[in-house]
Design a protein around this ligand. Structure first.
Ligand SMILES: Cc1ncc(COP(=O)(O)O)c(C=O)c1O
Length: 371
């Protein structure tokens, strides 16, 4: 294991242990204060170590986005896992194995296709399919349109089936990603909560039992509105690392960002006023580059630098201001650190995470890979 962050091979993904610990605890405290169950999403990191930290050591009540993650966490002693991805018939067999293996395995549906797939493949030995129904608030993400008749029809058919245990509703609440600052996010949260309550009332009017009202993403659960104490579950994931996107929205401060990418300068090109780094699109990902060219790659201690182009293993860096680069400040071989725009996308490019406390490397973690 490398001794310090200066010794890690580049490009590498670094995790600040003191900060992830703080971010995990803060979310646990928020959920306790509001009286909601935290069901943290594992897609951001896909590691046993952070899953354990985010569940306060219980290894219970998590959410995943792929079956590979579900199987990985099940193998590693986790239980009460929600596979939160629109369900299709082609995935039923793997879901079935998980349903038999775990005490609690839940799937998410957002269409009759998903429901019919479950109904045509009932579980045996007294087990039932446990389902969440995802709803769309109009943002056009996955989910059944919340005002549609299909929401009621799907929930009614599911809750009346002897093969299904209907848990309730999940709303991503994408409008918090469009919000700005604490107040903006809180307002978006109030709207999402009101929407879930309106739907809950429609369910009651239609004699549909709905035990779970789940919301979220990272902005929602980092800046909750007090009215959210009527909900039952929070589903954030990115908060464990945060990133430039969350700092820009106002979900966190830039000091809360618990991960960064390290890279080394590999060439100078004064003719183009750029230098080259050993971080191509595979190490950082393109996510956010087109929409946020200035914030996309934020260099620690070098606020005027930005990545302006990539090939697979090489990045091109210049100044935001257009000033000439002072190459004496950036010798070939020197190390730089980049805060990613979207930490989930960047983390998923890496097969190992270097964990540090201060400058010392304290551990190396291996995330799950594949689908
Ligand atoms: C179904 C679902 N739940 C929760 C989350 C977590 O959201 P965030 O990445 O903002 O923490 C995601 C993220 O894409 C998701 O797809």
């Amino acid at each position: 294991m490398p001794a310090t962050i200066s010794d890690v091979p580049t490009p590498s993904f670094l995790v600040d242990f003191d900060k992830v610990k703080k971010n995990a605890q803060k979310m646990i405290d928020t959920c306790e204060r509001l009286g909601v169950q935290l069901r943290p999403h594992m897609k951001t990191h896909k590691t046993v170590e952070l899953g354990t930290l985010m569940t306060n050591g219980t290894k219970r009540t998590i959410e995943v986005s792929t079956l590979e993650e579900a199987e990985f966490y099940a193998r590693n002693g986790f239980d009460d896992i929600l596979y939160a991805h629109p369900l299709i018939a082609a995935r039923i067999e793997r879901c079935k194995s998980l349903a038999y293996k775990l005490k609690a395995f839940h799937v998410m549906i957002e269409s009759f296709h998903g429901l019919i797939a479950l109904l045509s493949c009932p579980l045996k030995n007294g087990k039932k399919w446990s389902i969440y129904l995802e709803i769309d608030d109009g943002s056009g993400r996955s989910g059944v349109p919340w005002e549609s008749d299909d929401v009621i029809k799907l929930a009614k058919e599911a809750s009346e089936s002897p093969y299904i245990d209907f848990q309730g509703l999940y709303l991503f609440n994408g409008r918090t990603y469009e919000a700005k600052g604490t107040r903006g996010i809180e307002n978006a949260n109030k709207e999402g909560t009101d929407l879930l309550q309106t739907l809950h009332k429609r369910f009651t009017d239609n004699n549909i039992d709905c035990r779970t009202l789940a919301i979220g993403n990272t902005p929602s659960c980092s800046r909750p509105h007090e009215s959210m104490n009527v909900l039952t579950e929070f589903h954030p994931g990115n908060y464990i690392f945060y990133d430039m996107q969350q700092a820009t929205i106002g979900s966190c401060s830039s000091d809360d960002i618990a991960c960064r990418l390290t890279t080394r300068i590999i060439g100078h090109k004064p003719s183009h006023n750029i230098f080259l780094i050993d971080c191509g699109f595979l190490a950082l990902s393109y996510d956010g580059m087109a929409e946020h060219p200035d914030e996309f790659s934020t260099f620690l201690d070098h606020p005027d630098l930005k990545v302006i182009g990539f090939s697979q293993e090489i990045g091109k860096v210049t100044t935001k201001s257009g000033d000439k680069l002072n190459y004496d400040k950036y010798p070939i071989g020197s190390q730089l650190f980049i805060f990613p725009w979207h930490s989930c996308a960047t983390a998923c490019q890496h097969t190992v995470f270097y964990v540090h406390s201060g400058n010392n490397i304290t551990d190396m973690w291996t995330p799950a890979k594949g689908w």
